[in-house]
Design a protein around this ligand. Sequence first.
Ligand SMILES: Cc1cc2nc3c(=O)[nH]c(=O)nc-3n(C[C@H](O)[C@H](O)[C@H](O)COP(=O)(O)OP(=O)(O)OC[C@H]3O[C@@H](n4cnc5c(N)ncnc54)[C@H](O)[C@@H]3O)c2cc1C
Length: 284
Amino acid sequence: MVDVIIIGKGPAGVSSALYTARAGLTTCVVGTDKSALKKAERIENYYGFESISGQELLQYGEKQLSRLGVEIVEGEVMDVAYSDVFIVTTTSGIMTAKAVIIATGAPRNTVKIDGLRRLEGKGVSYCAVCDAFFYRKKKVAVLGNSHYALHEYNAIKDVASEAIVLTDGKPCEEDFGSAKVIDKKIRKLIGDDRLQQVVFDDDSEIEIDGLFVALGQASADVLARKIGAVSDKGFIQTDRDMMTTVPGLFACGDCIGGLMQISKAVSDGAIAGTAAVRYVKAKK
Ligand SMILES: Cc1cc2nc3c(=O)[nH]c(=O)nc-3n(C[C@H](O)[C@H](O)[C@H](O)COP(=O)(O)OP(=O)(O)OC[C@H]3O[C@@H](n4cnc5c(N)ncnc54)[C@H](O)[C@@H]3O)c2cc1C
């Protein structure tokens, strides 16, 4: 077990790790290579750099952490739970910590399917672990093609009477084993009070009770909801110390909303890191 696990290795995650590691906490940063910063060709509004690419800035951040001896695990986080300690499920295994900082950037795993938004909470869910109970002995589908979709499929398959995978026209990135996979593009979802049908582009349709959206990697909002932390319109809610509504769980950077810029992500990370240090030391 480590003192703190930080999810995300963009500016917010790295900044928070600098503070936890320098304060003597054992720190593990788990992240994938998908920071928003990677897309920034030129940055000319960040303190100390006349002009720098996002890719370069990210490399400096990782180097800084390595110099401090922070463990950086390349992997995707699919679940965060709490049972005496935080339990973080990643593609590289299960890890435990006394505190967790979510720094996974802005939510961006959306898809435009007619009816999807309208049926959210009425058959459309974003968390198989949270909502599986409501779909006992019902027919459900997981929408996605990635490792995270496989994780959600595994969470629901034994509870539902039937579980299938819908890739919305995309090729599978994972081996879904014996699962039935439909790779047709989805045109719309049908249902008044509850989801009833999925209609595909070729006019075929299937009857369904529940659809679990699991596109790309788990977003901050989904990770927060899995452990019961409050989020609003996709952004995690925190107090002034960046603590979420779950004690010991912090969030910082683009995933909490506000100004989506590096300077604010770095500041949030510093606040979350120092608050996590106080939290862990108070527990010892
Ligand atoms: C095209 C573009 C240009 C920009 N230009 C500027 C600029 O000039 N100046 C400026 O100040 N800002 C700019 N920004 C904004 C800036 O990039 C963001 O505000 C900043 O990167 C936010 O930092 P973050 O650490 O919160 O999130 P991110 O940098 O997005 O990092 C999130 C991290 O979490 C990881 N992650 C996400 N989900 C998971 C998961 N389930 N498991 C494990 N890891 C996960 C990601 O892989 C990544 O490592 C730009 C953004 C874009 C898209």
